[in-house]
Design a protein. Structure first.
Length: 277
């Protein structure tokens, strides 16, 4: 679609659109890749609120690339149960792609990072080394899957991950070799960076705005019943008040457009009273 803005906004919208297209094109690398690649996993970082998980998952679906979605804030136990269940159901040599939304919790401490290091490289195995006291809380299929991955005399369970590819999305940027290594966690996270293909979107605020507006204008995130003029009005409002907004995200502009429906002629008043600090 033709760039609907002028002046600086036109340039920021174009750059945001360009950056988001770079994320969408990642689908081609994923489609052409396999578990045999030297580094088959991806870790996508951006500031929060840009809908990166939705963008990459939508791109995969348009290409008919099947994947297993893992929701954010999942515990290490629940992550292991998911891996075990998928491995239990799949064919022996079948490769599986996992899209892990907002994966920060999987890298929250040294113990978790060490588990994930082995998932991605080396042993290529998820090893949960705790007593399974909550096994009875799982459904029948999950219990069967866990039991299949248990070994007599060993605590916990192990799931081979050599047929799994992971796409992580996160608001946590993995440190680079240039970052200070004063903290142990940073050193551990650098080891994760070395085991994935990091895709970093370090965007200035104006480009974040352009990215969000590209989603609002050029995808189906905003219902068609919302006039285009209102969507553009919301985009201008976000840009002009960026530093005073209570939230700066795709959800923000979705809620603003919803206000047009629910508050009729008073939506501008709602914007100024509900979305500004």
């Amino acid at each position: 679609m033709k760039n609907p803005f002028t002046g600086d906004k036109k340039a920021f919208f174009a750059e945001g659109q360009k950056q988001r297209q770079g994320l969408i094109l990642l689908k081609d690398r994923i489609k052409a890749g396999s578990i045999k690649d030297s580094c088959p996993h991806f870790y996508i970082y951006s500031p929060p609120g840009l809908g990166k998980s939705h963008t990459i998952n939508s791109a995969l679906e348009k290409e008919n690339i099947s994947y297993e979605r893992v929701m954010g804030n999942i515990s290490m136990w629940a992550f292991g149960v998911t891996l075990a269940t998928v491995n239990f159901k799949k064919d022996k040599n079948e490769e599986v792609i996992f899209s892990v939304d907002d994966c920060d919790v999987l890298f929250k401490d040294t113990a978790s990072i060490n588990i994930m290091k082995n998932v991605l490289e080396g042993n290529k195995c998820f090893h949960y080394q705790k007593n399974l006291t909550n096994l009875s809380q799982l459904d029948e299929l999950q219990q069967q899957a866990i039991k299949k991955h248990m070994k007599n005399g060993q605590m916990g369970f192990k799931v081979p991950t050599d047929k799994f590819r992971f796409i992580f999305t996160s608001n946590l940027k993995l440190p680079t070799s240039q970052d200070p290594e004063s903290k142990k966690k940073k050193i551990d996270l650098f080891a994760i960076r070395d085991r994935v293909r990091p895709i970093d979107f370090d965007l200035q605020p104006e480009v974040q705005w352009g990215w969000i507006c590209d989603i609002a204008i050029n995808t189906n995130v905003i219902p068609k019943k919302i006039p285009r003029s209102v969507v553009l009005e919301a985009c201008h409002f976000m840009f002009d008040n960026w530093n005073n907004l209570t939230t700066q995200s795709v959800r923000t502009i979705k809620h603003m457009c919803d206000d047009y429906i629910h508050y009729k002629g008073h939506y501008k008043f709602i914007w100024t009273t509900q979305y500004l600090n």
